[in-house]
Design a protein around this ligand. Structure first.
Ligand code: SF4
Length: 344
């Protein structure tokens, strides 16, 4: 296969599965990667504009019933109360974020009734665009209700499409349920968010198979790519952190295969990843986190406190990286949405 030929084709239309695997393997070499990234960035600019998006997250809004817990996870079982969620919405509005994601743990035996109740309360109390990334296996009725309520995106993430890697790293979870939920969200006409995690043990072939599974889901609007990051006290604490290069290479090939979804720097990445992400065709990050101040205490500890706003309100912690994310993206020649005149 010839790289220039495959890239010429990929500039206009998605590569085949075989070509995508060829591109992913070629991108291991930094010189070849620069050509692949440039084509992915061109596709992003043409499809979505040279715009970097920021969003916010409130978590955890539901507890996680997965037992045993996923082997890399430090998710707190203590959830925010409805009052704290409402307070979090006000804080997000004040921070100037337009899109907020309600994130929570999974319950494979649920049909999503508790999520509907929460979303009704949230929609009645905010003008923010509301996204939901909570793991239950929603009933069809509840998916239709989320659509009627005006939820922007609903998440169902596989993390890896390889059944044995899934079983090793997420022994209490169900790949089949997650696939079926993603398909049901898509069928209902809701926009779908679905995460791929790099560094869990997926092979090159797994990543490409995963992208082509997602390509069939025409309502996929958002692909977060997370980087495995070992947390102390978890069964996977001694495994090496995933490389930012692997995440960026997957971002570039995902842009060529999927074309229009937002591709976001997700957990395990941060503001310093923005330049590489923009070069690789990515376009989004979560810059505002509102959570219990006991939730994942180490998660943001490496960041510069002078430029990351951290405030505590009652039991909530607000980590606002919007200013530094805007600065890093604008420094690379991108407009940022939402913009914030106060930063300039
Ligand atoms: S489903 Fe999500 S929140 Fe629950 S244990 Fe797994 S990674 Fe953690």
């Amino acid at each position: 296969m010839n790289l220039d030929y495959v890239l010429d084709k990929s500039s206009e239309t998605s590569p085949s599965q075989e070509e995508a695997l060829f591109l992913f393997r070629k991108s291991r070499d930094v010189n070849e990667a620069s050509k692949i990234f440039a084509t992915a960035a061109q596709v992003r600019d043409r499809e979505l504009g040279r715009i970097f998006k920021l969003d916010g997250e409130i978590a955890p809004v539901t507890s996680c019933q997965i037992k045993p817990m996923c082997r890399y996870c430090t998710f707190s079982q203590e959830t925010l109360t409805p009052e704290e969620v409402l307070e979090g919405l006000k804080l997000a509005e004040k921070a100037g974020i337009g899109d907020i994601r309600l994130s929570g743990g999974s319950d494979l035996s649920s049909d999503g009734d508790e999520v509907i109740e929460l979303v009704r309360m949230v929609m009645a109390n905010t003008n923010l665009r509301v996204h939901v990334n909570i793991g239950p296996v929603y009933s069809q009725y509840n998916l239709e209700t989320l659509k009627l309520l005006g939820v922007i995106e609903v998440g169902s993430s596989l993390e890896t499409i390889n059944p044995s890697v899934f079983k090793q790293t997420k022994p209490g979870d169900s790949l089949v349920f997650r696939i079926e939920t993603a398909q049901a969200i898509n069928r209902t006409g809701l926009k779908l968010q679905s995460i791929i995690m790099v560094g869990l043990g997926s092979s090159d072939e797994d990543y490409i198979e995963h992208l082509f599974f997602l390509q069939q889901l025409k309502n996929l609007t958002h692909l977060p790519i997370s980087r495995f990051n070992p947390f102390k006290g978890t069964p996977m604490e001694s495994r090496r952190r995933a490389s930012p290069w692997e995440a960026a290479r997957l971002c570039a090939v995902a842009r060529l295969v999927l074309r229009t979804p937002d591709i976001r720097i997700a957990a395990g990445g941060g503001p310093d990843d923005i330049p590489l992400w923009l070069m690789a065709g990515g376009n989004r990050i979560t810059s505002l986190f509102i959570h219990h101040n006991k939730c994942e205490p180490e998660r943001f500890s490496g960041e510069n406190p002078l430029h990351i706003e951290r405030t505590f309100t009652n039991k909530l912690e607000v980590v606002d990286r919007s200013s530094i994310c805007r600065y890093f993206a604008e420094d690379a020649g991108f407009s940022v949405n939402p913009s914030n005149r106060a930063d300039q």
